[in-house]
Design a protein around this ligand. Sequence first.
Ligand code: NAP
Ligand code: F7E
Length: 337
Amino acid sequence: MTKKALITGITGQDGSYLAEHLLARGYEVHGLVRRVALEDSSRRFGRINSIRDQLTLHAASLESYPSLFHVISRNPFDECYHLAAQSFVAESFSDGFSTMNTNINGTHYMLAALREIRPECRFYFAGSSEMFGRVREIPQRESTPFYPRSPYGISKCAGFELTRNYREAYGMFCCSGILFNHEGPRRGFEFVTRKITSTVAAIKLGMASELRLGNLDAKRDWGHSADYVRAMHLMLQQDEPDDYVIATGETHTVREFCEMAFEQVGLDYRRYVVVDERFYRPAEVEILVGDASKARRELGWAPQYDFRELVAEMVRSDLEQLTRSGGALRYAAWPVG
Ligand code: NAP
Ligand code: F7E
């Protein structure tokens, strides 16, 4: 029988790659989208435009339990991937309240509605390495204690605990992926990797002259979104629900990312990167590097992209997109981060 999957956050980076991954495996794929997105679909559906006719989209709001209840009660989903969230850490410092509301209550509403109507539906929660924050050990693994450093990180800890509690209290098949940073050509422009690669492309094409960044010494374990959505799917195919760290095991500074991205177009980052205090965060996560050996062992998961391939693909794609769009598609001044 054809499996039915619901993806919240289907218009985002991971949602779009996951939808493609599930369609390729014969799933009937449904997506939850905001009503405003339907009103401005040509722009808001940019990442899913090429597969839109293969998807069933439902308008609902993560802030409204009845709207989620309505969608879930009318569709017998086998799997639910809850990816929708306010995902930008810097923004969570500016408006912690709405981040908490969307990320914590939204997750709770999803779990509560599934428990009421479809307790047999398997549930994936998009946990984050931001939960480790001021890290207690290096590398971080499933047993590493959480120490979040932002409202975003705190909201993800709450979502993680809710997910575990529904598993333990109600016997539901609920899993959390503790995913380290993952990127790709579909990454939002506000995140540092895409900000870098899109500005590198703009500089190379003579459309920009500098790149203003915050903390160049922060270290991240960067993988590719297309690799990470495979892990989400694998988690829901196991005999027992569990939580898994998904990471490459390699860490690089923001400076190293810049160096490699500029190298791709034959430029020296030191001539263009300007440190700007406005992009520093009130509390920083200095280093993240994950140990995904449990996922390798139990899920048979391993990343296919390495760091160089990731950076090269992003720069190449931004050069193409910027050329095609006549300069429209690139990082534009963001109020924070
Ligand atoms: P993304 O590109 O920012 O996508 C976020 C998605 O959530 C979008 O579809 C967005 O819809 C939706 N959304 C945001 N606020 C919403 C609201 N109030 N109501 C309904 N939908 C809302 O994020 P991503 O990189 O794909 O990440 C997917 C998930 O994984 C997120 O939960 C994120 O926190 C988590 N995560 C990401 C990473 C990473 O490195 N990418 C690492 C760990 C965990 P619109 O298109 O309408 O805005
Ligand atoms: O920052 C530093 C910044 O915004 C990475 C989300 O997907 O991954 C992501 O969160 C680092 C930080 O991602 C700028 O201070 C320097 O140390 O790309 P980012 P993030 O905060 O790591 C986790 C795992 C998630 O779960 C999140 O949803 O780069 N940095 N200068 C900068 N960052 C930004 N954005 N802009 C700068 O100018």
